[in-house]
Design a binder for this molecule. Structure first.
Ligand code: ATP
Length: 424
């Protein structure tokens, strides 16, 4: 339908980006579910046609009124969103207008068409993402491969399109790693050199990444980090980011050393054990462990730059004090009730962050608290106390605390024990 609408208007329409890559990589015997489709419309000759992408999306929405239309930027791009069934999730179709302002030639000239889509593809990140399939005739179905994307798909290489690509946009380092690990591709040698060069150049220290005045870049960097850290292949991707020393993009002092790896592994054990229902954002906890590896004074700034939620920023800001308190108080605790008194003031994410960074004796006590003590309840609760004639108030609260402490320490095992404890 999209190509019919484009054809009718004398435009050219292309399928571009990830959909072309994934179609070419797909096993022909398997059904490929695309949830994100990018198209580019091109080949127009009147300035009014600058909004071609939007016009096309609107025309499609008339045909598919169930789709939601969104217009982005300076009327150059539009997206249609279908909410399909819960299994298939949703389908995004982005329709962009190819940039043609540098090509003021008559559209009848095929060179113009070619140079305009070529230019659009040249702005992209890697050769495998810079392929297009023409959807309009003549030559509908033809693959446009200006930069050797097909060769790189075959030889499984992530190759950047130009030398200063990573200097221009550091999120591409994270994208390169993501695609390499997800697809099982190699970073092409020269591309890896460009990445290392960009990182070594120190540009990020001066650049906008660590500067809160660059929200757009930070938003994209956070999106890439989230994408990586919540993917099934996150460990391999993190390893590659560490090998490339690309965590420098978050903070110039951040390195994936052995200690941090150990903490990442401990985090996974904690998340599996204490949050099997995934009530926490696991990707965000991974990121918090990375940030917590920084010196305390840098943690809140990096968390803010990455636009983490307020509770997460606060947690990282407080972590230093909380760690010190736990390290100082816990070794003196003998009874479970004392351990509980120290630890119960902290939420699960803070306890996990403290545990992964602590020495084994402290970690064991936190583990014990989370696996056992935190779940223990006294045999009498507030309602039972009321039924026994006690009036709610400060003393009432203290009685409950004493009941809990005695239960934790094994002095109370059942209701009868609790009642005689109260009588004393
Ligand atoms: P995925 O399946 O992971 O979504 P994708 O290739 O569709 O992969 P998107 O992030 O949706 O990835 O981007 C769509 C296309 O836009 C890419 O294929 C690429 O051509 C281009 N692109 C995205 N981000 C960048 C970037 N930072 N620099 C250059 N081109 C980019």
């Amino acid at each position: 339908k999209a190509s019919e609408q484009a054809q009718k208007r004398g435009w050219h329409l292309y399928l571009v980006g990830g959909a072309v890559r994934d179609l070419l990589l797909a096993d022909p015997d398997e059904t490929l579910l695309l949830s994100d489709i990018d198209m580019v419309v091109d080949g127009f000759h009147r300035s009014a046609d600058v909004g071609a992408g939007v016009e096309l999306a609107k025309a499609l929405q008339n045909t598919y009124p169930e789709a939601r239309l969104e217009v982005h930027g300076q009327f150059q791009t539009a997206a249609l969103l279908w909410h399909l069934d819960p299994v298939l999730d949703s389908l995004w179709v982005d329709i962009a207008t190819a940039r043609t302002e540098f090509y003021p030639y008559p559209a009848a000239n095929p060179e113009v068409e070619a140079s305009s889509i070529r230019q659009d593809l040249y702005r992209r990140d890697f050769t495998i993402n810079a392929l297009a399939v023409r959807l309009t005739s003549p030559r509908a179905g033809e693959l446009l491969d200006f930069f050797g994307g097909l060769r790189d798909l075959r030889s499984r290489q992530i190759r950047v399109l130009h030398a200063n690509s990573f200097i221009e946009d550091p999120t591409r380092i994270y994208r390169a790693v993501r695609f390499a690990v997800r697809l099982g591709f190699q970073l092409e040698t020269q591309t890896e050199r460009y990445i290392r060069y960009a990182l070594d150049s120190g540009i990020y220290e001066r650049s906008l990444i660590q500067n809160s005045k660059a929200p757009a870049l930070q938003t994209r960097l956070k999106a890439e980090l989230k994408y990586i850290l919540q993917a099934p292949y996150w460990k391999g991707a993190l390893k590659l980011l560490g090998d490339l020393e690309a965590l420098k993009c978050l903070h110039s002092t951040l390195e994936l050393d052995d200690q941090l790896w150990k903490q990442v592994r401990l985090l996974e054990r904690c998340l599996r054990r204490f949050d099997p229902e995934k009530t926490l954002d696991h990707w965000q906890m991974r990121l918090e462990v990375l940030i917590a590896h920084l010196a305390p004074e840098y943690r809140p700034k990096v968390a803010k730059n990455l636009q983490l939620p307020d509770d997460s920023i606060k947690r990282l800001q407080q972590l230093d004090l909380d760690q010190a308190n736990v390290a100082e108080s816990l070794p003196a605790c003998i009874h479970p009730s004392e351990i509980t008194r120290v630890l119960k003031q902290y939420g699960l994410p803070t306890l996990i962050l403290i545990a992964v960074q602590s020495q084994r004796p402290i970690r064991r006590l936190i583990w014990k608290y989370l696996t056992q003590y935190a779940h223990i309840q006294p045999p009498l609760n507030g309602n039972d106390l009321k039924a026994l004639g006690y009036k709610p108030g400060r003393e009432f609260k203290q009685m409950l605390d004493h009941l809990l402490a005695a239960t934790l320490d094994g002095e109370i095992r059942d209701r009868a024990d609790a009642e005689s404890f109260l009588a004393k």
